[in-house]
Design a protein around this ligand. Structure first.
Ligand code: GLN
Length: 255
């Protein structure tokens, strides 16, 4: 996925969050403003959201561009939630093209997305795959680098890590084994964790809720850029950013 977003806050419709903003995910699917790799995100999209009384989030995913799915616009207009994770995809070459590879990936109450790539996929992944038990490898959601990273995160969550600790441990471990871009995004509907490791990430938190996103959805004030080489934790009212113990990329940040 090349642009992603997570939200916690007062009930809002998926359309208000994703489709209406001048530079929201819909617009980012064909005209992202800060994307460092690729120019469009037309290889699919997905949204996951939490409904009252059910800890397992619902997902709507498609292999078509977000702008090409009129049914999503209709559903998004009348679907409201206090917690959402959504993404638009620019596929890494050689990966599954269908909706199974579109984020968010899910495990119980968790939703996950990856903006970036594992360099050299799939030839480069032997060392990563070796860290996973066979049952986890056989349960990959799709044949895609992002699903492999999700499996590594799932292992950390299953071992009891917090969301931010799981993402940090995986990204720090990756820097010893492979190269690539590893902006990860994870929520359980009450907390958001995210890494900035090779691509852009920002956040805004105010009375309208907390948004963590690859890039700002509008030009209103209040957006903060996350420095590369960081892990972020957010709740409805609070955002914390701490450095990862990996070298930050040297490429200068875009405005
Ligand atoms: N590697 C992921 C995929 O193929 C994400 C790609 C991206 O961020 N451009 O879906």
């Amino acid at each position: 996925m090349c642009r992603h977003l997570a939200y916690l806050g007062p009930p809002t419709s998926l359309a208000e969050l994703l489709l209406s903003p001048a530079h929201g995910l819909l617009r980012q699917s064909w005209a992202p403003r800060r994307q460092r790799n690729g120019t469009m995100n037309a290889d699919g999209f997905g949204a996951g959201w939490y409904a009252p009384g059910d800890p397992v989030p619902a997902r709507y995913r498609r292999a078509v561009p977000m702008w090409a799915d009129a049914s999503f616009a209709d559903v998004a207009r009348v679907t409201t939630s206090t917690a959402v994770l959504a993404a638009v995809r620019s596929a890494t070459p050689g990966t599954t093209p269908d909706e199974a590879a579109a984020a968010p990936y899910r495990d119980g109450r968790w939703l996950f997305s990856h903006n970036g790539r594992v360099d050299g996929w799939p030839g480069s992944v032997a060392a990563l795959a070796a860290q996973l038990p066979p049952v986890r490898l056989l349960s990959l959601e799709a044949r895609v680098d992002s699903a492999l990273l999700w499996a590594l995160v799932q292992e950390r969550l299953a071992a009891g890590d917090s969301a931010a600790d799981a993402l940090a441990a995986v990204v720090e471990g990756l820097s010893n084994t492979t190269t690539g871009r590893f902006n990860l995004l994870l929520t359980d509907g009450t907390t958001i964790a995210a890494t900035a490791a090779g691509d852009t990430l920002c956040w805004r938190s105010d009375g309208a809720g907390t948004v963590v996103a690859s890039e700002p959805s509008d030009d209103a004030p209040g957006w903060h850029r996350v420095p590369d080489g960081s892990v972020l934790t957010a709740t409805r009212n609070d955002v914390e950013v701490r450095p990862l113990s990996v070298p930050a990329r040297t490429r200068p940040d875009l405005p």
